[in-house]
Design a protein around this ligand. Structure first.
Ligand SMILES: [Zn+2]
Ligand SMILES: [Zn+2]
Length: 272
């Protein structure tokens, strides 16, 4: 399995997971032109995208025009029931897609989406319809690979770390530096929203990774930092905080991979 964050920030999110013949997108919060261009860069045609998973209904995760185009291309969109209901309230295209069987509800447990086995789990984030992370598995004769993605979460409740345990790749937000957020000229209500129920700080993200490692038997191959704030964080600050956290639990060799708001990051390959 390969994965690549095509872009991640409050300006738009899309991550692609693929293997021989199948591709799956998690979130479509960017223009179709941008997504197509960078799928091409990654040698994936939009036409091989067999499904889209939606984490939540915020505009940086569901771009209305792209959502419409995806459905026009007959690519099925998958999400848990409360998100499907919210999308249908928001978009006529979603109501039509539900009718056509293109908006598909993920039940609890494992579902097959575009050739991958997918499992959703709820995360705390203030979006209508809730917010979900996804574990994405792929089995081959060479072995099983799993990646887990959660890009918007206000805090890590008990038990969340277990959802990421033993994944080979973890895409996790490292949204803000607490001091930079505090010193920003954002209104107080927004600072409070981000801290309480919006997004993980660099320290919270590093702490969650430590808990994930203590729930895991093996070290992941990579942790990919996502949804890095452009105003209240720097790539370096996010990366060094994560590296320090990993180092303090003897996992300094775990690779920390950046993602960017305006360009795709490196391709991470699992297995093989
Ligand atoms: Zn977001
Ligand atoms: Zn959000």
């Amino acid at each position: 399995m390969h994965l690549r964050v095509l872009a991640s920030s409050s300006a738009g999110n899309c991550t692609v997971f693929w293997n021989d013949g199948h591709a799956l997108l998690v979130d479509i919060g960017l223009s179709q032109r941008y997504i197509s261009r960078h799928l091409d860069d990654s040698r994936i045609s939009f036409r091989t995208v067999g499904g889209v998973l939606i984490t939540h209904t915020h505009g940086d995760h569901v771009h209305p025009e792209t959502f419409k185009t995806v459905l026009e291309l007959q690519i099925p969109v998958y999400c848990p029931a409360p998100i499907a209901a919210t999308l249908q309230k928001q978009f006529a295209a979603a109501r039509k897609a539900a009718h056509q069987g293109l908006l598909r509800v993920l039940e609890n447990g494992v579902s097959v989406v575009a050739g991958f086995e997918v499992e959703s789990f709820p995360v705390p984030h203030d979006a209508p319809g809730g917010c979900f992370g996804y574990a994405i598995h792929h089995s081959t004769l060479q072995g099983d690979t799993t990646a887990v993605i959660a890009t918007d979460l206000g805090y890590a409740p008990d038990g969340l770390a277990g959802k990421f345990a033993d994944a080979q790749a973890i895409v996790l937000e490292s949204n803000h530096d607490v001091m930079m957020l505090q010193n920003s000229n954002r209104p107080d209500w927004l600072k409070k929203r981000i801290k309480d129920i919006g997004h993980l700080s660099n320290e919270q993200s590093a702490l969650l990774m430590q808990n994930i490692l203590s729930a895991s038997r093996e070290l992941p191959r990579a942790v990919i930092l996502a949804h890095i704030s452009r105003e209240c964080n720097t790539l370096e600050c996010a990366r060094t905080t994560m590296q320090a956290g990993l180092h303090s639990v003897g996992a300094g060799e775990l690779r920390v991979v950046d993602s960017y708001w305006n360009e795709p990051n490196e391709i991470v390959t699992l297995g093989g």
